[in-house]
Write a protein that binds this ligand. Sequence first.
Ligand code: FEO
Length: 161
Amino acid sequence: MLIKQELADKIVEQVGNEFAASAQYLAIAVYFDQEAMSQTAGFFYKQAEEEREHAMKLLKYVVETGGKVVLPAVSAPKAVIKSAEDAFQTSLNWELEVTGQINGLMDLAKKQNDYLAQNFLNWFVDEQLEEVTTMEKYLNLVRKMGDKNIFMLEGIIARAG
Ligand code: FEO
């Protein structure tokens, strides 16, 4: 077994967090879909897919390194999204929380001198930088637009691809 069970357990816990993130982004995507903002909805549907991929990547790592896997319960998303600002603030909060969780995994991998895990986790460290900055950028834009001009976001997101 290439992984210590303590780290395997923490990574599997993170699998649950990533699935919870996926569910949260799905709930946000549905909010925008029902507000007739299909580009923004599409952005969040894609985010939901990406979070699922993160979960699978973490899960496969534990399987490949021979850790025992007991999948956790996935917490329910915040169901009521009040506004576009609420959606992006929720997303940013979530990404900041995940950044802390990934850092926690890295701390443990370092404590255990597990270089393989550190190498693997580096990808997530970089990914968090991208996700936090993206959500921050959109949250700032949404605040500047206000409710009246929120449909401008559709064009911006469409152009960002
Ligand atoms: Fe998987 Fe958005 O962090």
